[in-house]
Structure formats: structure tokens, C-alpha cells
Ligand binder design. Structure first.
Ligand SMILES: Nc1ncnc2c1ncn2[C@@H]1O[C@H](COP(=O)(O)OP(=O)(O)OP(=O)(O)O)[C@@H](O)[C@H]1O
Ligand SMILES: [Mg+2]
Ligand SMILES: [Zn+2]
Length: 480
């Protein structure tokens, strides 16, 4: 049978316990001096070794070969039974599963019987804060005057829920989450034993997503190793299994945004897609990367907020779009627009374009067939865009900010806000406009001419917008 790695590597003696060294030291000292307290309270997050150390106390007090000891033999009947978790005098009660009423009653009935195989009966009550009030009170009574042959070890992940009268009767130890070094050292040891070839960076990434819990760290290591049996595991593979976007990619993307290299951004997005990364996740991680950079770099704050804003807006706008690459295009477009340095340049340029595009002489008129109205154009607009999307998906990121405003003698005016001058400019390119033109002509069954115009619009007052937006962004990233 396959045993989960974290169970296989539950420390069998104190030497093997990683981290928590202060706790280990004190408990070892009490064991070697045979001065154990009758009640302990172990508190701290999951997977730090509370149960593990509780069992080691049971071993240390009941080892047949070495007596009461900080170095149990791990060979005698009692040691082996404790390792297996079926030692008669080690009673584990899970308060979370049935709130402990029967168990505590049972405990009170039997507590006075002497241990059957060892020196001490060790009661380990897990998630002790979950006990009912009655069970708590019963426990309190026994804690007041426990028999000589009993050791209580209460464990909890929520110590604040335990009444002070209980706490004051126990020797309390607060377990702390693992440090990077302690966890990596233990994971490296397990990897070696299990012949898992994993890079240091990979182990660090496991630590990051374990939240400092050793059990979680080991479980993640196991999951990854199963995914890449007998392969060398590097950070990319770890990231892939964990669904973490490699930092390098985020950094690259961010620097391309900051340098306004739009073409490169599109290319990079395609690569991300081809490499099988989740695009939505990528952008969320990008948002987080911005947040982190904003903390480090003061002059990035404004830009960072804009980028996070764009990410948030686009992702929520296109929540239901299945092709997330499209969302990426729209986003890139939006990011580009939001890059203020660049915007200034574009605004100056766009005035020139605007003047030009308002000159109707520039437009070559075709022999028009059936004459169409604005209403008709609006009706087919969405479907025409679908055709465009099929033909050249990236055009959607330009067209998303334009809409048909006027139709006269089959000249369709498509209007863009001033801030979208880049999109407008892109659409005036012949290759691009042809695609939309063809789509519209197909839908309208007549010849049309397209005109892409910038709307003369004063800067939006966006004070309220911003407040609202930042609030939404915050809730989106779950931050404060
Ligand atoms: N300090 C540690 N040193 C080495 N391994 C550890 C340590 N703490 C936890 N582990 C690993 O994690 C597993 C689970 O640990 P344990 O059951 O002791 O955690 P816990 O603190 O009791 O967690 P919970 O609150 O979820 O019960 C162990 O089997 C072991 O593999
Ligand atoms: Mg436990
Ligand atoms: Zn022993």
C-alpha cells in the first residue's frame, strides 16, 4: 500500500524534528530529568508537528528499553506501537469530529485505571477548542487533579477559543510556521531519500505555497514528484504544477509594458498561450507583481495602479469570454493606452490624424449598391465583429473601443474616444480596415466605406470613477 509521504516521514525521534527547536529542547530536557508536566497545550497552525511531538512524548515516557528518555529506542514494543499509532496507553481524541462528549465521559470513567503497557497514559486531544461546553467542563475537572499516571496534551489551531482556566493548567507551547531554511532542509532530505531530483529554487517555491506548514510542503512535493516521475524537476515544472506564473515571465511582461513595446507584448502573450499557461491567472499574477513593485518603487505607484486597473476591468468585462487570449489582447491594448508617457506622444500625433480623417476627400468612394442606415449597421455590428474575430483575433482589441456613429451614403463612421487614438490609428491601416469592411459588407449585403474617426472629447472627470475603481480592485485582489 502506498503511504502518503508526510506520514512516512513523521519524525520517529526528537532528532528528526525540523524547526521548533526551542520546544524540542525544553521537552527533551524535561524528559531526561523525568520532570514532565501533567498537561501541555500545543497551539499553532496546521502541520507543524503538534501531533508528532505529542507522540514523541508518549514514546519518551513509555520506552521499555531506555526508560523515561529523550532518546526513545524505536525498537521496543511500546515505541513501535506508538509509531504505528496503536499504543493502548496513547489515546487520541479528535474533538473536531464529534465534539468529544462521549470521549470525555469515557475518559473520566477510565482515567483512574493504570496504564496497561507503559508508565503513563498519554491523552492527546486534537482541536481541543472544538469541545462542547459540557465536555470542556468535564475536562477542566480532570485537569484540576489528574492521576499521577496521566499526561494530557491538548492541541489546537485556535488557542484564542480556549478558556483561560484551561490554559492556566497547562504548560503552553506555541508552534511557529516553518522558516524557509528549515523547511527546505527537511524537504531536501526527503527528496534525497525518495530519489526525487528537484532544484533548490523548486523547493523554495514549494515553501512559498506551503504557507509554512510542513505537512502541506511535503504533500506538494509528493504531488509534483508524481507528476514528473524520474525526471529532473526545475522551477518551471514546479510552477506549472502549482499554477504559479514564473516570476521571470511576469518581469519580462512588465518591462515590455513599461517600454510600451506593443508588438513584443502580443508576441509574448502568444508564447504564454502556447506554453499552456492560464492567461487569466497570468494577468492576476501580473497584478500582484505590480502591487509588490509599487511597494518597492515609489515612482511606479501611478503606473502600477493603472495597470492593475486595466487588468481588473478587462478580466471582469470578459469574464465569460472563453478564448482568454482575446482578453489578453484587449488588455495589452488597454495597458498600452494607459502608459502615460506614450499617451502624450500619441495625443499630439492623433490631432494630425484627426484633421486628416475629417477630410472627406480622403475617402475613396465606391459605387454603392443598396443604401443602408445607421440602425441597420448597429444591428449587424456584433455579428460583423464575430466574423472579424475569426479572421484576425487581435483586431478585436482595437474595435472594442469603437462603435458606429453615423452612416451617410454607405460611408460608415466608426468613432473612437480620444484616448483610444491608438486603436483608431490601427484600424485606419488598410489591412485591418479591409477585414472589418468585408465583414460588414457580407452582413449588410452591400458595398460600404469605412471611416475611423476620433471623437472630440474633453478629458473625463474621473475622480469618482477612480475611487470606485480602486475599491473594486481591492476587493478583486482580496487586499486592503
Ligand atoms: N517539525 C516537524 N519536523 C518534521 N516534519 C514535520 C514537522 N511538523 C510536521 N511535520 C510533517 O507533517 C506531518 C504532519 O504533522 P503533525 O500531524 O505533527 O502536524 P500538526 O501540527 O499536528 O497538524 P494539525 O494541526 O493539522 O493536526 C508529519 O507527519 C510530518 O511528516
Ligand atoms: Mg495534529
Ligand atoms: Zn523503546
Amino acid at each position: 500500500m502506498h503511504i502518503a509521504l508526510y506520514r512516512k516521514y513523521r519524525p520517529k525521534d526528537f532528532e528528526e524534528v525540523a524547526g521548533e527547536q526551542d520546544i524540542v529542547k525544553t521537552i527533551k530536557a524535561s524528559l531526561s530529568m523525568n520532570k514532565m508536566s501533567h498537561a501541555y497545550l500545543f497551539s499553532g497552525p496546521r502541520g507543524l508537528g503538534k501531533t508528532t511531538i505529542a507522540r514523541l512524548i508518549a514514546k519518551g515516557t513509555n520506552c521499555l528499553k531506555n526508560g523515561v528518555t529523550d532518546t526513545p529506542c524505536n525498537e521496543c514494543e511500546n515505541c513501535l506501537a506508538i509509531t504505528e499509532g496503536n499504543f493502548m496507553d496513547m489515546i487520541e481524541i479528535d474533538a473536531a469530529s464529534n465534539r468529544g462528549i462521549d470521549e470525555i465521559r469515557n475518559l473520566k470513567d477510565k482515567i483512574n485505571y493504570k496504564p496497561s503497557k507503559g508508565r503513563k497514559k498519554v491523552y492527546i486531544i486534537d482541536e481541543v477548542h472544538m469541545l462542547t461546553k459540557e465536555a470542556f467542563n468535564a475536562l477542566l475537572k480532570t485537569l484540576e487533579e489528574p492521576p499521577e499516571h496521566v499526561i494530557f496534551i491538548l492541541a489546537t489551531t485556535e488557542p484564542e477559543k480556549i478558556i483561560p482556566t484551561i490554559i492556566s493548567r497547562c504548560q503552553r507551547y506555541d508552534f511557529r510556521t516553518f522558516s524557509l531554511n528549515d523547511m527546505v532542509a527537511r524537504l531536501r532530505y526527503i527528496s534525497k531519500e525518495e530519489k526525487i531530483q528537484i532544484s533548490d529554487k523548486g523547493l523554495e517555491m514549494i515553501f512559498e505555497s506551503s504557507g509554512g506548514s510542513m505537512r502541506d510542503g511535503i504533500s506538494i512535493l509528493e504531488r509534483i514528484s508524481i507528476n514528473y516521475l524520474n525526471e529532473e524537476i526545475d522551477e518551471e515544472k514546479v510552477g506549472f504544477v502549482l499554477g504559479i506564473t514564473p516570476t521571470k515571465r511576469l518581469e519580462k511582461f512588465l518591462s515590455l509594458i513599461r517600454e510600451s513595446k506593443k508588438e513584443d507584448l502580443i508576441q509574448e502573450l502568444n508564447k504564454i498561450y502556447q506554453d499552456g499557461l492560464d492567461i487569466e491567472l497570468f494577468f492576476k499574477d501580473l497584478g500582484k507583481a505590480c502591487k509588490d513593485l509599487m511597494i518597492k518603487e515609489k515612482n511606479f505607484i501611478e503606473e502600477g495602479i493603472k495597470i492593475i486597473g486595466s487588468i481588473y476591468e478587462t478580466l471582469s468585462k470578459f469574464k465569460f469570454e472563453e478564448d482568454k487570449r482575446l482578453v489578453g489582447y484587449v488588455l495589452i491594448n488597454d495597458l498600452y493606452r494607459n502608459n502615460f508617457q506614450k499617451v502624450e506622444v500619441i495625443t499630439q500625433k492623433s490631432e494630425a490624424i484627426q484633421e486628416r480623417s475629417e477630410e472627406p476627400k480622403d475617402i475613396i468612394k465606391y459605387d454603392i449598391g443598396k443604401e443602408i442606415t445607421l440602425e441597420e449597421v448597429k444591428k449587424v455590428w456584433d455579428n460583423a465583429l464575430k466574423l472579424v474575430k475569426k479572421e484576425k483575433i487581435s483586431l478585436m482589441s482595437f474595435l472594442i473601443s469603437g462603435y458606429p456613429k453615423k452612416v451617410e451614403k454607405n460611408v460608415i463612421e466608426i468613432i473612437f474616444d480620444n484616448e483610444n487614438s491608438f486603436q483608431q490609428e490601427q484600424m485606419t491601416k488598410k489591412d485591418n480596415s479591409e477585414i472589418l469592411k468585408n465583414a460588414l459588407e457580407k452582413m449588410l449585403e452591400t458595398k460600404v466605406t469605412l471611416k475611423f474617426v476620433l471623437k472630440n472629447k474633453v478629458k473625463k472627470e474621473n475622480k469618482n470613477d477612480n475611487d470606485d475603481l480602486s475599491e473594486q480592485i481591492m476587493s478583486f485582489f482580496g487586499g486592503k
